[in-house]
Design a protein around this ligand. Structure first.
Ligand code: ATP
Ligand code: MG
Length: 222
């Protein structure tokens, strides 16, 4: 049976693509057929009369996937905003959840594992009536939360976990990512604090500028 995982985060820029690529590459190395998706990507640069979705392209590369970009990333916007906001700001059609589902099903049919990267956090609006939690429910995705280890992340983690539970998501756990170079006193204490405050499993830690630990892969697929 195909497994499908949404990589969400406490915020934008916390390491979702980094983890998604590492998981995709690890699953590929295990001879799994890996599909990837970034259903809506914003902040896309113009390239050759089109919009280039950097995250989707990175995921495709990591998975050595052959799916066309139009299937992996059906919605792209120049403005670096939440998808619902970017669609309005750019005067482009908002994402259609039905179309995202059709793209996902087509990829999933040909995959053992599909990795779906969100945008920003779990309650970010894809449309004004449909957010990433709705997408996870609609597509039956397991969810992993990437926590960017910086000041404010305890609150963001607690709220994200609380919301995921309230929405009955299949939240597998969180990964704490040292996105900042200096290991400050605050950053050092986060792993322990989160264990005390959050009752979902810690699937692993990613150290600054270090490869993603295979233990995270095992925790998810082992
Ligand atoms: N552990 C780390 N060590 C060093 N740099 C990191 C680490 N994790 C992430 N980064 C860097 O931080 C930036 C943001 O990471 P990434 O693009 O994976 O975040 P994201 O959550 O996918 O962001 P977005 O919300 O834009 O999709 C990237 O430049 C990435 O290389
Ligand atoms: Mg990303």
């Amino acid at each position: 049976m195909t497994r499908a995982l949404m990589i969400t985060g406490t915020d934008t820029g916390v390491g979702k693509t980094l983890l998604g690529c590492a998981l995709a590459a690890a699953a590929k190395a295990r001879r799994m057929r890996v599909g990837v998706m970034k259903p809506a990507e914003t902040g896309c640069a113009a390239a050759h009369g089109d919009l280039a979705p950097a995250d989707a392209q990175a995921l495709i590369g990591a998975a050595s996937a052959e799916f066309p970009l139009a299937l992996v990333c059906p919605y792209r916007y120049p403005s670096p905003l939440a998808p619902a906001c970017a669609a309005e700001a750019d005067g482009l059609p908002a994402p259609d959840p039905g179309k995202i589902e059709r793209c996902f099903r087509e990829i999933a049919e040909q995959s053992d594992l599909v990795i779906v990267e969100g945008a920003g956090g779990i309650s970010v609006p894809i449309t004004w009536r449909f957010n990433y939690a709705d997408l996870a429910l609609r597509l039956g995705l397991e969810v992993v939360l990437v926590v960017g280890n910086r000041l404010g992340c305890l609150n963001a983690t607690i709220l994200s976990v609380h919301y995921a539970k309230a929405r009955n998501l299949n939240l597998r756990g969180y990964v704490l990512n040292d996105i900042e170079p200096a290991v400050t006193a605050a950053a050092k204490t986060k792993a322990e604090s989160l264990k005390r405050l959050v009752d979902v499993p810690c699937l692993g830690l990613i150290r600054h500028q270090r490869p993603v630990d295979a233990a995270i892969i095992d925790a998810l697929f082992g």
